[in-house]
Design a protein around this ligand. Structure first.
Ligand SMILES: Nc1ncnc2c1ncn2[C@@H]1O[C@H](COP(=O)(O)OP(=O)(O)OP(=O)(O)O)[C@@H](O)[C@H]1O
Ligand SMILES: [Mg+2]
Length: 200
């Protein structure tokens, strides 16, 4: 059960702790859950970002897109790597998610083959589309930023330092990030692409 009234993760309210894989003998604050998630995510960061990953390990296929979310959140949540079935305030209709996610993986393959965009723009477009689809109940932002970073690393660039712990509501950087995402929603990718060029 949640016993904190001060949520850290504001983007979608974590009002449903069913599916929490942590011990039921104790209650967890949102902060404690967030830390468990961060520990889980750290393993994925190590696997994919500490060195340039192979294309075989990061195929950007439909299955791998789901698998990555499972790797990031599977120690903490039962629904990690599983598509949502309910509507959220952000994201497309749940019934469209599988089709759109498949389309995204096909588009990534096409963009790579045809060198449609440079790697920063490709990373930004992957990130934007992924978070627009919002395939999962939660963790979509962290998963999308990881996708962008893996893409950059896979293609010889360094990852963006998103400062995960600082992506809370009070952080002015978060409003810049949301604003850039909203501009991208309207087809203006400039600011969002720019954010993907500020790497380590
Ligand atoms: N209007 C919006 N307000 C907040 N987030 C938005 C908005 N539009 C798109 N998003 C995206 O949705 C993400 C939040 O979704 P979700 O809560 O599933 O991800 P998270 O990983 O749990 O959270 P966070 O990104 O805050 O770490 C944001 O990071 C952002 O990428
Ligand atoms: Mg969230």
């Amino acid at each position: 059960m949640i016993d904190s009234t001060k949520p850290i993760d504001y983007a979608t309210l974590l009002n449903d702790t069913s599916g929490l894989k942590l011990s039921h003998l104790k209650s967890y604050t949102l902060k404690e859950i967030y830390i468990k998630e961060a520990e889980n995510i750290a393993n994925a960061t190590l696997k994919y970002l500490s060195a340039q990953p192979t294309k075989k390990d990061t195929p950007f296929t439909y299955e791998w897109l789901l698998f990555l979310h499972k790797e990031m959140f599977g120690d903490v949540w039962e629904w990690a790597g599983k598509l949502r079935h309910n509507e959220l305030s952000i994201g497309i209709k749940a019934y469209l998610v599988p089709m759109e996610l498949k389309k995204l993986s096909d588009d990534i393959e096409y963009w790579n083959k045809n060198k449609t965009f440079d790697i920063y723009e490709t990373a930004a477009r992957i990130h934007h589309r992924a978070v627009q689809i919002h395939p999962f109940l939660n963790g979509n932002g962290r998963w999308s930023r990881m996708l962008a970073n893996i893409y950059l690393r896979q293609n010889g660039s360094m990852p963006v330092k998103w400062q995960e712990d600082l992506l809370a509501k009070e952080n002015p950087k978060r409003s810049d990030y949301i604003l850039a995402l909203k501009k991208a929603d309207n087809g203006d990718y400039k600011d969002f692409i720019q954010m993907h060029t500020i790497t380590y």
